[in-house]
Design a protein around this ligand. Structure first.
Ligand code: GLV
Ligand code: GLV
Length: 320
């Protein structure tokens, strides 16, 4: 008897066929993921679940999944997993590191450049016919090269951002992390800092840490107070790492010059969210890893993790 799998989001035919070699499956083909109510109807039959990182794997779901052996995230973040409940239910969890590192780093660099040089704001300005002869200072932005970049959360993606900063833009690199990263210190000249001195010294602060109980609300009003009024804040981790109210207040009071945000407390972001009103805040819809090539690679990696677990072998990207 083949194991049965729920493919709860759209994947390529290649991924589907790979799963089909060893498993029976039901799949969701609509945009977004399979609605939770639909999944709850199917999960009691499932040995494996392939899902985006947007789906909460909680007690309610696990209680209805007596056969479930593995949940495979098509995401590097796995804050959607209730790890204790998964352990208690003997369900493995996997994620998809490595394949997205450079793609996320590219986006972060895009946000750095776009906020420093005000590219989206000035694009709207040109298209609105506001560009007049002799304009000069009103178009000024900030330099990126030779400035100081501070990365909070120096993992694989942080390193890829650091490489771009140091090798491409001659930036000075600071980082804060749970543990020292000797590789980035040696190869990129990165300097380890306390959170406070990183915030005080950086021209660009990039938040790249995973969401954990320790990093929830890591950036609050105290932290924005420490940043330079000329600095920019970039978040490509998870919305919950930032107290959004504190960020809004910080922007209003000119504690920082601008922000670039790929993630929000609530996604999709509420159109009424005051962050969307600031011309100096750049927003993108959680697209860090969004290129066709990389999303396919993530889905294939997730499928391999899933199948390995269902064969009783150890998946390479086991998180629990
Ligand atoms: C898909 O699995 C989703 O949760 O969006
Ligand atoms: C995206 O946010 C991911 O965790 O892969």
């Amino acid at each position: 008897n083949k194991p049965h799998v729920i493919i709860a989001m759209k994947v390529s035919e290649e991924v589907e066929n790979f799963i089909g070699e060893t498993c029976t499956y039901q799949k969701w083909t609509g945009e977004g993921g399979m609605p939770q109510a639909e999944l709850l109807k199917l999960i009691n039959e499932a040995d494996g679940l392939l899902t985006s990182g947007a789906r909460r794997i909680d007690k309610e779901l696990l209680d209805q999944a007596p056969r479930l052996k593995v949940v495979s995230n098509i995401a590097v973040g796995y804050n959607n997993f209730n790890l204790e409940e998964m352990k208690a239910h003997h369900v493995l969890g996997t994620h998809t590191p490595y394949v997205l590192d450079d793609t996320v780093a590219d986006l972060v660099f895009g946000l750095i450049l776009a906020s420093a040089r005000r590219i989206p704001e000035l694009d709207r300005f040109v298209k609105a016919g506001q560009w007049k002869k002799g304009m000069d200072e009103v178009l000024f932005g900030s330099d990126v090269h030779h400035k100081t970049l501070g990365i909070i959360g120096m993992g694989r993606i942080g390193k890829a951002i650091g490489q771009r900063a140091v090798k491409g833009f001659d930036m000075k690199l600071l980082y804060h992390n749970r543990s020292r990263n000797e590789e980035v210190e040696e190869n990129l000249g990165a300097k380890y800092c306390t959170l406070d001195s990183l915030l005080q010294e950086s021209d660009f602060v990039v938040l790249m840490t995973p969401l954990t109980p320790e990093t929830r609300d890591l950036m609050g009003s105290r932290e924005f107070d420490l940043m330079k009024p000329t600095s920019f804040f970039i978040n490509a981790s998870r919305g919950e790492t930032v107290d959004e109210q504190a960020l809004i207040e910080g922007l209003k009071q000119g504690k920082i010059r601008g922000a670039g945000l790929d993630v929000f407390r609530k996604e999709p972001v509420d159109p009424e969210n005051p962050l969307l009103q600031f011309p100096n805040v750049i927003t993108v819809p959680h697209i860090g890893s969004s290129t066709g090539l990389v999303r396919d690679a993530m889905a294939m990696r997730a499928a391999h993790n899933l199948v390995k677990a269902l064969k009783g072998e150890e998946p390479i990207d086991l998180v629990i």
